[in-house]
Ligand binder design. Structure first.
Ligand SMILES: Cc1cc2nc3c(=O)[nH]c(=O)nc-3n(C[C@H](O)[C@H](O)[C@H](O)COP(=O)(O)OP(=O)(O)OC[C@H]3O[C@@H](n4cnc5c(N)ncnc54)[C@H](O)[C@@H]3O)c2cc1C
Length: 597
């Protein structure tokens, strides 16, 4: 024990130095191993180079922009809206902090959905790096634009010419709506009476021949309220509504609705809708989420009117579910890394806190959990890419596929998308909380680390794109519908192919018992017991899938070590300093510079 010292020399500088020098791709052997395993050989070199380049931005400049945008005073800015200008014009202008706007511009300029600039694998790998920013003000519209582009592209040949312009704006950053920038998409489905029960939507669409106040005739117009409209700053939104005076007036149709009609963005004249309020939120605080009233907004149908629900769930929400899962998994890599490095840096009772047996177990649990989640995210996404990034819209569409093996494989992907979303969204807050605990009291200091923001945001992932219960019910129903061509036992055997037989047999047995129960919607004691078991089993199944994905990766890299990284980054800094200032500078100078930084 040392004596008292009023000039306490304690410093966090070495930790901050290592954390801030860490390059999210170049220094992450685990992520690189996954990219190497999954990206096809002919693309690997190009993508590897692109990732190194983008990582140089993500890991430093963009990380700082994201952090700055999330300072409390900046977060508060996204809940502000100016309804009128000084001349009594309704404008509903969203005000955000400059850092988010800059980040959004730079990230959208990557043209992630532009087939001339990105392949499915390059897009996916870049998205993973971007999600480590933990900046949902930008990543929400990135996810929504993905869904909008995929959905509109599916029906590209049938789109109204104006809707085609909108698609080109979002996909290629071209066309009459573009100012040289890529368009941002959003998706507005949820209404005040409920987000889970989409068929109960009340917003209506009416085909109006008569010219409206905007000078447009013979067009669909949207009327009614949407209650959770995230990325309200977007240029265009996919909006669900029930089409009046058609053969399917009670069914959900989907429309592409520009926020501003062509030429009106600059004049701030919105497309006949008002933004009534911005919601103050626990998580994803830098993302403006609004309540909106449509009052005759012009919308262009995407796909057949009566197939809107299938398309929205099958394409748009499924893609968002993939984003939630791989985004949180990738964010988890950063969270675990920063927490484990801190545990190795920090001392208590004379030793690094990472050396206490209780901590060793917790570190291993966190490390293994985020790694297996990431390995599984690659495995699931590789199936999505295998099917040319096309998801089937529902079981009926699936049953039209004659090749039974292909049908089953597509069905597995459909169920995996839901399972992965539920389990990752459920695991994330728990794992981030564990990571926060490694920091002791510093773990909840907003200006000490970014992880409190990741924790708040992770709470939202459970609610987005189908809460847990809704998806568990959907999976149960799906299995009953396919029972004559795919049994739950066979599904588990196929899904976990290669895994330990004992695990497979146990899960297959338990799963078939659950699926053999006719419904989850009766409240008798037996159904309650089945529901309880299904909640636990869904985690067991997906965790077994994650474990298997990690085993298949066979990662042989060394675990991260604070002291090695400190040495490596100091050496790099020295070399960098020499390069900049000439070889004659003495060896000790960069170290002095580090200390004075
Ligand atoms: C930050 C944030 C941003 C959002 N942004 C958007 C957006 O941009 N666009 C959009 O369309 N929506 C958005 N949403 C809405 C989100 O999709 C809904 O919150 C979600 O679908 C749930 O709907 P709800 O909130 O009305 O809950 P409810 O539907 O009222 O559900 C309440 C509870 O009932 C349970 N429940 C419902 N049905 C069943 C069932 N069959 N079996 C068992 N339990 C059930 C649910 O699991 C939930 O726990 C956003 C939500 C949040 C929190």
């Amino acid at each position: 024990m040392s004596e008292g010292n009023r000039d306490n020399p304690y410093s966090f500088d070495d930790y901050i130095f290592v954390r801030n020098q860490f390059n999210y791709y170049a220094d992450d052997e685990f992520l690189q191993a996954l990219v190497k395993k999954f990206v096809p050989a002919q693309e690997f070199e190009k993508i590897h180079e692109e990732l190194k380049e983008i990582s140089n931005k993500v890991s430093f400049e963009w990380r700082d922009l994201a952090d700055e945008a999330n300072r409390l005073e900046n977060r508060a800015k996204v809940t502000t809206i100016q309804h009128y200008d000084a001349f009594n014009h309704r404008i509903d202008r969203i005000k955000r902090c400059g850092e988010t706007e800059k980040l959004e511009k730079e990230i959208f300029s990557l043209g992630l959905y532009d087939p001339k600039r990105n392949t499915p694998w390059s897009r996916f790998c870049k998205l993973l790096l971007l999600y480590q920013l933990g900046e949902f003000g930008v990543m929400c519209p990135i996810a929504c634009t993905h869904g909008a582009v995929e959905f509109a592209s599916k029906y590209e040949n049938e789109l109204d010419p104006e809707a085609k312009e909108i698609l080109i704006h979002m996909r290629e950053g071209k066309g009459k709506y573009s100012n040289g920038e890529y368009g941002l998409g959003a998706q507005f489905v949820s209404e005040i009476q409920g987000g889970s029960d989409v068929p109960a939507n009340l917003v209506e669409a009416v085909f109006q021949e008569k010219e409206g106040p905007d000078g447009i005739s013979n067009v669909w117009r949207i009327y009614g309220k949407k209650f959770f409209c995230s990325a309200i700053q977007a240029d265009h939104a996919v909006v669900t509504a029930k089409p009046k005076n058609t053969s399917s007036p009670t069914k959900i149709a989907a429309f592409l609705v520009p926020a501003w009609l062509f030429g009106n963005k600059i004049k701030e004249i919105r497309n006949s809708y008002t933004i009534d309020r911005l919601k103050p939120k626990l998580g994803t605080a830098e993302l403006p989420t609004a309540e909106v009233t449509y009052n005759g907004a012009v919308g262009y149908p995407i796909g057949p009117l009566e197939k809107g629900l299938g398309n929205i769930v099958g394409i748009v929400l499924s893609l968002s579910r993939l984003h939630v899962a791989f985004g949180m998994s990738s964010g988890g890599l950063r969270v675990a890394r920063e927490a484990i490095l801190y545990a190795q840096f920090r001392y208590a009772f004379g030793v690094p806190v990472s050396s206490f047996p209780l901590m060793i177990n917790q570190i291993n649990e966190l490390d293994r959990s985020v790694k297996r989640a990431m390995a599984a995210a690659f495995k699931v996404y590789s199936e999505y890419i295998y099917f040319d990034e096309k998801l089937v819209s529902g079981i009926r569409e699936l049953e039209r596929i004659d090749d039974l093996e292909e049908r089953k494989r597509r069905f597995r992907l459909r169920e995996l998308v839901m399972l992965q979303k539920i389990i990752v969204a459920d695991d994330s807050p728990r794992l981030i909380r564990l990571a926060i605990s490694f920091f002791g009291g510093h773990g909840i200091m907003e200006d000490f680390l970014s992880i409190p923001r990741f924790h708040r945001d992770s709470m939202i992932m459970e609610l987005w794109e189908g809460p847990r219960n809704v998806l568990l019910t959907q999976i149960h129903r799906d299995f009953q519908r396919v029972s004559n061509w795919y049994s739950p036992e066979e599904f588990i055997r196929d899904l976990l192919s290669g895994a330990n037989n004992e695990i497979i047999n146990n899960l297959a047995y338990r799963f078939s018992l659950i699926i053999s129960h006719d419904t989850l919607l009766r409240s008798d004691p037996q159904t309650l017991a089945i529901c309880r078991e299904w909640e636990a089993l869904s985690s067991d199944i997906f965790h077994a899938y994650q474990d298997q994905a990690l085993i298949e990766l066979d990662f042989k890299g060394k675990p991260i070590k604070f002291s090695s990284l400190l040495r490596k980054f100091k050496r790099q800094e020295k070399e960098h300093f020499k390069e900049k200032n000439g070889a004659s500078i003495s060896e000790s100078e960069p170290e002095q510079k580090i200390l004075s930084d």
